[in-house]
Write a new protein. Structure first.
Length: 114
């Protein structure tokens, strides 16, 4: 990618400084908390899913890679599909009790929502 891509500089006033480097604001990812300090809520969700139920795990604080690893472990142990993105894990079906038991077994502080 070019160093001075015009699309990333939209809204910036022209600078006469020959050494000027435009810097984009980057968002720092939060460090992953240890499992004992995580407060995860396991709830069921039916909205915008055509009436199908999914188990939703929210409250994870950490990096996206760690969230995906946890999501993959839960999906494998439950034997179902799902996703892990935007700070929450979605698991197909109503598996709240099983997911809470698995999370507690892994050392997470999890509680069952609705």
């Amino acid at each position: 990618m070019k160093e001075n891509d015009w699309k990333s500089r939209l809204g910036v006033v022209y600078s006469t400084n020959p050494n000027f480097q435009y810097e984009t604001a980057s968002e720092a990812e939060a460090e992953t908390l240890p499992p004992a300090k995580q407060r995860l809520i396991v709830a069921i969700d039916r909205r915008n899913r055509g009436g199908k139920q999914v188990t939703l795990v929210t409250g994870f604080v950490g990096k996206a890679d760690d969230l995906k690893e946890l999501g993959k472990a839960l999906k494998t142990k439950c034997g179902v599909g799902g996703t892990a993105k935007d700070g929450e894990i979605t698991i197909q079906g109503d598996l709240r009790d099983k997911v809470v038991a698995l999370l507690k077994e892994m050392g997470y502080n999890a509680k069952r929502g609705n």
